[in-house]
Design a protein around this ligand. Structure first.
Ligand code: IVH
Length: 677
């Protein structure tokens, strides 16, 4: 059957509409229709095209799903070679000055000629691609290859929603667009989360994943990798009367419906470029994709032509790199650290490497499962990443660089500090030392916790001091702190008389506290500050709490079986009871009885989680306010959470709240809720 004029027109209209929605969704990031509506239009077009195959034009949105695999990638000769740009390694402003000087000299400009006009762009960290449009239709996509000859990857590039299959506006008869295919960081994280769930290998970084996807033989695989694209340059352009500048070229690209990065700036001379460089450097970590620097281009094409090329690099452009966020170094060993609750954490010892602006020598590996998942071996060359202020992490091994002498890491079966045996509950990812307070590592952490600001609040009792006190055998339990005298302290290194006196005064001051603080200070596993307050309120006295059965503990608000078990288990240990006795004997006292809390406050019985920075209240103030109204503040979002109070830069807790459908309030909302009662 031949399609009627109406059917033909309907198909054309559907294609136009779908492409417009695609553009709004993928390029402008501003969806114009709900997904369901898009799907309905898409299916209507699919049905029409199945019935009348002559309607299925190569630019139809239905052609993006990926056809049959290829047997190999065909070579594509670039009519205009795809060159690279010179990298300015001097990361200070000196690099900019050198570039500008080269340009001015080559153009014969003197001081009287005023600054050269440049375009500042981002240097995207992906892979270069050439897109050939004939009469506005995408006919071929090719990788850069060696610059002369690349590979035909049209089948995969067609699956990238951001790349128009047909240009809009009035494109020239021939237009070869050059740009970068990349993967956004959030898309990369989601992809890896899916891989992990499916028990598949994790991808190393967005750039390698993007490059791998584009060079797939099977477009169905590429179609499942979320890729993005930015246009930044021109290849062949036939007899198009080119705009006069690079900035106008990019504007023209945008008008054709191609994605062009918003972070581009026309800059006057060295000063303008330096400003751009610094502004983008400050922005770098908050961009949703990786960049490795900025690119400066002489804006006027006539000047570009005049400047020409030296040894296959344009004299009119330069890349100015930022410090790398990923580097390769050797994994010298994996050490195991012991935390307060005995948790064993493997820590990577690295050959020092400069990455993300600092020298990194250690990186956490979290737990044994993480090491297995990442597949790292001791002695491997590993990729280390440090972006922004985030703690450095080992991304994964560079498998190609293995020599065969690498060794598998095994979690020790005995604690590396006290040699007690190590236990790992079946449903837990973390292995733990069973030594308890016998283990010096746990003892140190327990003391630090005991002295913490929210616990007994002993000012000046820090890391170094606790190390010395425990190693010298002077302090074994928190009770020993209250037996310290000037003499014992004077024998410690770096302890001046004045600081010894200050410390003793701080210890003295901590002798009297509240029941809630005292319970929290004990460091019972799973008992945070909020639970400690609940326990104090519920039982009113330490003796009653110490003798509570798990059933009685379960009656406390928000105490579940796991928490009840750790509390009962803690007080069942003779040495824990002994420490408490010693503390009492040393004169430590606390106010028994429940802190006064209105049982029927406006927030009574409600559980709040705070995240981000509130406009006028500190976190402690918000917490105090909620508690004064009978509410409770918890540290993590769960199904039991009633409200999440979110401020600026709220992170994963907000996402979790949205996922679980927990009500989200801002500061005003919180105040209103508490006032309403
Ligand atoms: S222009 C002749 N602009 O960096 C000039 N390249 O060595 C051609 N890149 O692999 C390149 N962002 O893929 C240009 N805004 C940008 C870029 C950019 C990233 C990549 C490009 C190439 C390398 C240049």
């Amino acid at each position: 059957m031949i399609a009627s004029v109406q059917v033909f027109e309907r198909a054309a209209q559907l294609r136009r509409e779908l492409e417009a929605h695609n553009y709004a969704y993928y390029v402008l990031d501003a969806p114009t229709v709900p997904d369901a509506e898009y799907d309905r239009l898409f299916r209507e077009l699919e049905v029409l095209e199945r019935e009348f195959p002559e309607l299925a034009t190569p630019d139809s949105p239905t052609q993006r799903v990926g056809g049959a695999p290829m047997s190999g990638l065909a070579p594509v000769r670039h009519a205009v070679p795809m060159l690279s740009i010179r990298t300015e390694t001097d990361t200070t402003n000196g690099g900019v000055v050198a570039f500008d000087t080269r340009v001015r000299n080559a153009l014969g400009l003197g001081p009287a000629d005023g600054p050269v006009e440049y375009l500042g762009e981002l240097k995207f960290d992906g892979l270069a691609i050439s897109l050939r449009y004939e009469h506005g239709m995408l006919v071929r996509a090719a990788t850069r290859g060696d610059g002369e000859t690349g590979e035909d990857v049209t089948h995969n590039v067609r699956t990238i929603r951001q790349i128009p299959l047909r240009l809009s506006g009035r494109p020239p008869a021939l237009l070869e667009v050059r740009g970068e295919i990349y993967m956004r960081r959030d898309d990369f994280e989601r992809l890896n989360a899916r891989q992990e769930q499916a028990g598949e290998k994790l991808f190393i970084n967005p750039r390698n994943t993007a490059a791998g996807a584009v060079r797939q033989l099977d477009p169905r695989i590429a179609a499942k990798r979320p890729l993005s694209f930015y246009a930044y340059g021109l290849g062949e352009s036939g007899d198009w009367s080119l705009p006069p500048t690079q900035s106008e070229l990019l504007d023209a690209f945008a008008a054709f419906g191609l994605p062009v990065c918003e972070h581009r700036v026309v800059a006057a001379g060295v000063e303008g470029l330096c400003e751009f460089h610094d502004r983008i450097a400050a922005l770098r970590d908050s961009l949703p994709y990786d960049i490795d620097g900025v690119v400066y281009k002489v804006n006027r094409f006539d000047l570009q032509r005049e400047l020409g090329f030296v040894t296959r690099e344009p004299r009119w452009a330069v890349a100015h790199k930022y410090p790398a966020q990923e580097e390769i170094t050797e994994l010298l060993g994996i050490e195991v650290q012991v935390g307060r609750t005995g948790a064993l954490t493997p820590v990577a010892r690295l050959k020092p490497v400069f990455v993300g602006g600092v020298t990194v020598t250690n990186a956490t590996l979290h737990n044994e499962g993480e090491i297995l998942r990442k597949g790292v071996l001791i002695g491997d060359q590993v990729i280390v990443r440090r972006a922004g202020d985030v703690i450095p992490e080992v991304v994964g091994p560079v498998v190609e660089r293995r020599t065969g002498s690498e060794r598998i890491f095994v979690m020790p079966t005995r604690c590396p500090v006290c040699a007690s045996h190590v236990e790992k509950a079946e449903d837990e990812v973390v292995a733990r030392c069973t030594g308890g307070l016998f283990c010096p590592a746990q003892r140190k952490q327990a003391l630090l916790h005991f002295a913490g600001r929210r616990a007994m609040d002993i000012e000046g009792l820090g890391d170094k001091l606790v190390d010395q006190l425990v190693e010298a055998g002077i302090v074994k339990t928190p009770a020993d702190l209250y037996k310290l005298g000037v003499l014992a302290l004077a024998n410690l290194q770096r302890m001046a008389e004045k600081s010894a006196a200050n410390l003793l005064a701080a210890i003295e001051k901590s002798r009297h506290t509240t029941l809630a603080r005292f319970i929290f200070a004990l460091g019972i596993r799973n008992v945070g500050e909020a639970t400690a307050k609940d326990l104090a309120r519920h039982f009113g006295s330490l003796d009653v709490l110490m003798d509570a059965t798990p059933e009685q503990l379960l009656e406390v608000r928000d105490v579940g079986p796991v928490v009840a078990q750790s509390i009962a288990g803690f007080f069942a240990e003779a040495h824990n009871r002994e420490v408490i006795e010693q503390l009492r004997a040393a004169g430590v006292t606390w106010e028994e009885g429940a802190p006064a809390v209105p049982a029927t406050g406006s927030a009574s019985g409600k559980v709040f989680v705070l995240t981000g920075t509130l406009p006028t209240m500190s976190r402690d103030e918000a917490k105090a306010l909620i508690e004064a109204h009978g509410g409770k503040v918890s540290g993590s979002v769960s199904k039991k959470t009633d409200y999440v109070v979110a401020g600026a830069e709220a992170g994963s807790k907000l996402a979790k709240a949205e996922e679980l459908g927990v009500a989200v309030l801002d500061e005003d909302g919180l105040r209103r809720l508490l006032e309403q009662g």
